[in-house]
Write a protein that binds this ligand. Structure first.
Ligand code: URA
Length: 434
């Protein structure tokens, strides 16, 4: 079949066969099918969608476009978690060492931040010396020694996704559920997992702003994972306000350290414990949410999770002393409070606007080639439902440039709404897909 015939077939709303999808992705990966034909197929998929079988075939073809890590030497159940991304989302950093203490192997391949959502790798790189670029052998060695490792996607893992994502980014074809599903699952499953827990974020600071779209994405991810023989569960969580009280790379490392010593903010811990208990249940290490919670709480309070975090960071070249004394982490030159304009109850702390303010301060990137400033961001964020007095800080802004600080301050002033009525803290866990 010529590539143009497959494009026409999808354009006309017909389903492609697994062989046709495999051939197309193989040709695109090696370069015999040019970018313009792949872009045309992506647009046809955007408009026509894909069946569950087509999405699974696309995921498998993209996963097999490079290496699939052979994790058979690891005897522990290999379970990972993936989040669709949000503001202040440092859950992976707390979760990987926490569940590793309970006997799960976590070979975690994470991404960098793009746009307003932060990336786990950027946060880890705020720790002096931490290496996110381990080769496969070293990656597996760290997992074998301490139970978890967090690295970046190498050129050999799902290269078709890397190429296709860049193309989708410039052809208006990112927000397509089959394409997002194949992109996420091909990368994650290339790490040789037995199971995966998905945190699909929904709300102002998320990729999926509407509940129906977030549910549809979660269902698609679960369906494809199961078709590929993996144990999968998914949780829909709210992302209308940032998770925790910090957003920005080094600031989130500080909050991670506090969480791993049992002093994490309530919302961060609620999501972490929910996802962790799902991981333990997928691994067969706990039979109920309550027993999983108890096991995880014990690791936090005994200091085991904290020691595991230090061990993983040190095995990856990071400076453990900077975690024990976080004043050694990158620190911004200018730290300024954002005073509340009136007394009352916090009714809104808009994650999207706070994310944009962090981007203005230099905490994230607007294009993949930008460098991030690890020191900047926001801390001491107030949460929806909290009472505040006029003049008390809604947040602290951390900046290295006075002009960026001025711009970020103006944006942050629009992110909060304070009312005279009491407002309840909103629900965080919106839905669980078993
Ligand atoms: N994250 C990914 O990895 N891929 C997508 O397509 C969207 C979000």
């Amino acid at each position: 079949m010529l590539p143009q015939w497959l494009i026409e077939k999808k354009r006309d709303g017909q389903a492609l066969t697994p062989d046709e999808i495999r051939g197309f992705i193989a040709g695109f990966t090696t370069g015999t099918i040019p970018d313009y034909q792949m872009a045309a197929l992506a647009m046809a998929i955007f408009f026509r969608g894909m069946t569950a079988d087509e999405t699974a075939a696309l995921t498998e073809a993209m996963m097999r476009s490079g290496d699939v890590v052979d994790t058979s030497a690891l005897t522990a159940p290999k379970i990972d978690k993936h989040s669709t991304g949000g503001i202040g989302d440092k859950v992976s950093l707390v979760l990987a060492p926490l569940v590793a203490c309970c006997g799960i192997a976590v070979p975690m391949i994470s991404g960098r931040g793009l746009g307003i959502t932060g990336g786990t790798l950027d946060k880890l790189e705020a720790i002096p010396g931490y290496r996110t670029d381990l080769g496969t052998r070293e990656f597996l060695d760290v997992v074998a020694r301490c139970g978890c490792s967090i690295i970046g996607q190498t050129d050999r893992l799902a290269p078709a996704d890397k190429k296709l994502y860049a193309l989708r980014d410039v052809t208006g074809t990112v927000p397509s559920i089959p394409l997002i599903t194949a992109s996420i699952m091909s990368k994650k499953l290339a790490a040789g997992l037995d199971g995966l827990v998905l945190d699909v974020k929904c709300g102002r600071g998320a990729f999926m702003k509407e509940r129906t779209a977030a549910t549809a994405l979660a269902q698609s991810l679960v369906r494809v994972g199961r078709t590929m023989g993996k144990k999968i569960s998914a949780v829909l969580t709210a992302m209308d306000q940032p998770l925790g009280r910090t957003a920005g790379n080094a600031l989130e490392i500080v909050e991670t350290c506090e969480a791993l010593q049992g002093r994490g903010p309530a919302d961060l811990m609620e999501v972490t414990l929910k996802l962790g208990s799902k991981m333990l249940q997928l691994a067969g290490l706990a039979h109920s949410c309550q027993s999983a919670h108890a096991l995880l709480a014990e690791q936090l309070h005994s200091g085991a999770a904290w020691r595991k975090w230090l061990e993983m960071v040190r095995l990856q070249g990071g400076d453990g002393a900077a975690l024990e004394d976080t004043t050694r982490l990158p620190r911004a030159r200018l730290i300024e409070p954002l005073p509340a304009p009136q007394s009352g109850c916090v009714a809104q702390a808009d994650a999207e606007l706070i994310g944009r303010a962090c981007l203005m301060l230099g905490a994230g990137r607007t294009k993949t080639t930008d460098t991030v400033d690890h020191a900047v961001g926001v801390s001491h964020l107030v949460k929806i439902g909290e009472q505040i007095e006029r003049g008390q800080p809604l947040a602290l802004l951390h900046a290295n440039d006075a002009d960026q600080l001025t711009e970020a301050r103006a944006l942050m002033q629009t992110a909060f709404r304070i009312t005279q009525e009491n407002v309840d803290a909103p629900a965080l866990i919106l839905e669980e897909l078993m």
